[in-house]
Design a protein around this ligand. Structure first.
Ligand code: MG
Length: 246
């Protein structure tokens, strides 16, 4: 559903700021020896303290407030007793609902020191997200957004995850349209004022092939290579893209 009023926008931004707060807190707390369940508990507390609810908890039975995806896990990792180790990379995906409006965003964090090649993967994925956000203006076609995102991966030879994509967001976490992380310029739907979309590139160090673990949720790279993920919720306005999750 589109954002129709200033109060809709303010409510969605309020949900978005809670997600930003979760990211900030988990970036601080994610250190060697800390368990994924500890991190999820922090997200749970922030969600409740802000008088928001979680759009992740119980989503098709998902058991937590965050998706925490380590190393070769691309997205949808379930928080567990696993403890972080020096050199890991951790994807933190979180969401919140305020007054029925949803926000959803993700970051990838380095745990301690990581090799330069891994830093490049993380930085390129974040840069691709911003390239997509910059393109997210009234009248731009989704193919242009996807092309801007995908070009960054291609430049580095990283695999672009294709089975999982960005999406519209509003009164539901996942709405139309689907926002692909690749595309042909000048093709696809035109973005309209009042739409909100999640721009969320997932890039792999190796091939783009994925598989789902036996837990039914965790998506991993098929070749075991590292994967990075960044996401923001963005409102399409006459004044340009407005990021709601920072
Ligand atoms: Mg999303």
């Amino acid at each position: 559903m589109t954002i129709k009023s200033a109060s809709d926008f303010a409510d969605m931004r309020r949900a978005g700021r809670v997600v930003a707060k979760i990211h900030e807190a988990l970036r601080e707390a994610a250190n060697p020896g800390v368990s994924l369940l500890d991190l999820d508990a922090i997200a749970a507390r922030i969600t409740r303290d802000a008088k928001t609810t979680s759009n992740f908890l119980n989503y098709h039975g998902f058991p937590a407030y965050t998706c925490l995806s380590v190393n070769d896990q691309i997205v949808h990792g379930i928080p567990s007793a696993r403890t972080l180790e020096e050199g890991d990379i951790l994807g933190v995906d979180a969401g919140a609902i305020y007054e029925g409006w949803h926000a959803d965003a993700a970051i990838t964090i380095a745990i301690g020191t990581i090799p330069d090649k891994t830093k490049t993967l993380i930085e390129a994925t974040e840069r691709a997200m911003w390239a997509g956000i910059e393109k997210s203006t009234v009248g731009t076609r989704l193919g242009d957004v996807g092309h801007a995102i995908g070009s960054v991966a291609e430049k580095h030879g990283f695999g672009i995850v294709r089975e999982y994509t960005g999406h519209g967001i509003g009164r539901e976490m996942h709405e139309e349209p689907q926002v692909l992380n690749y595309g042909r310029p000048g093709t696809g739907m035109k973005l309209r004022k009042g739409m909100a979309i999640c721009i969320e590139p997932m890039f792999n160090m190796g091939s783009d092939a994925t598989r789902v673990l036996d837990d039914g949720w965790t998506v991993v790279t098929d070749d075991g290579s590292l994967s990075a993920h960044f996401e923001h919720t963005v409102a399409i306005t006459p004044d340009g893209p407005k990021v709601l999750t920072e």
